[in-house]
Design a protein around this ligand. Structure first.
Ligand SMILES: Nc1ncnc2c1ncn2[C@@H]1O[C@H](COP(=O)(O)OP(=O)(O)OP(=O)(O)O)[C@@H](O)[C@H]1O
Ligand SMILES: [Mg+2]
Length: 248
């Protein structure tokens, strides 16, 4: 592991017409960190993930990963360096089996071939508790397994930084607890995690640090309960108690 930050954003801005989704954002994440991210709908959370993963390029500012400027690299290149994400709407290949879906990630994301790729994919299915579904087509999975497959596809890229976009949305409380266990295991291997979730209870138990985003800006960053208690953060969630925060 490098001594410097794993991820560093310096003055990253992104606009869509008149909408500012990232307003000169600066952020440092260290190897092995577990960071939660909250913010109202439209705050710019998914856009921030896209700016980190390379699905979007910023209008200005720089993104560094392990000390290297990656701002001009595309998402496939950044994935090879160790940045993987899940998508809010799962993007699995429906006609392929669960195992094949993860194998594609091992080939394309991690750059492995043959036995190395299949053994990585098998290990990932174990880690995500999907071994029993290995030979089912993705199209047959229920919601919780779909979310696990989305996570497994990201893990198939062998990330050092994992960006989770609402992987717990729509799940029951026991299903969320099961997913938190999986994410804890991933984190225990030293993978840094940034986890966007409206189900704040799931986050607070797991992360060391919580960031609140609103209007493309960081309005809270620190110890989770302190961030949730801060007036600026309470303000943007006015009318929504955290226990009942929307699960969209
Ligand atoms: N490709 C795009 N083109 C134009 N506008 C976009 C695009 N992507 C996002 N937006 C807009 O940017 C704003 C931020 O969207 P983003 O998806 O990043 O928010 P979010 O915090 O992830 O919200 P949610 O909690 O609903 O997932 C929204 O107003 C959205 O409509
Ligand atoms: Mg989003």
């Amino acid at each position: 592991m490098t001594a410097g930050p794993l991820l560093e954003l310096a003055g990253v801005s992104k606009r869509f017409g008149s909408i500012i989704v990232a307003d000169s954002l600066s952020l440092v994440v260290r190897g092995g960190d577990a960071v939660g991210m909250v913010g109202p709908n439209g705050a710019g959370k998914t856009s921030l993930f896209s700016l980190i993963s390379g699905d979007l390029s910023p209008n200005s500012g720089e993104v560094h990963f392990e000390g290297r400027a990656v701002t001009r690299l595309d998402s496939a290149q950044r994935c090879r360096l160790g940045i993987a994400r899940t998508y809010q709407v799962p993007r699995s290949f429906e006609h392929m089996t669960v195992f094949e879906n993860v194998l594609v990630a091992a080939y394309r994301g991690a750059g492995l071939r043959g036995h190395a790729a299949s053994s990585l994919a098998a290990g990932v299915l174990d880690e995500a508790d999907l071994r029993k579904q290995a030979n089912s087509p993705a199209s047959r999975l229920g919601l919780v397994q779909r979310k696990r497959l989305e996570l497994a596809r990201a893990l198939g890229c062998k990330p050092r930084l994992l960006l989770l976009d609402e992987v717990a949305a729509g799940l029951t409380e026991p299903e969320v607890a099961g997913l938190v266990e999986v994410i804890e295991r991933i984190r225990a291997r030293g993978v840094a995690v940034i986890w966007v979730e409206h189900v704040v209870r799931a986050l607070v138990g797991m992360v060391d640090r919580l960031i609140c985003l609103a209007g493309g800006r960081i309005i809270g960053d620190g110890e989770p309960l302190a961030v949730l208690a801060s007036p600026a953060v309470k303000d943007v969630f006015l009318g929504t108690s955290y226990g009942e925060a929307s699960q969209t």
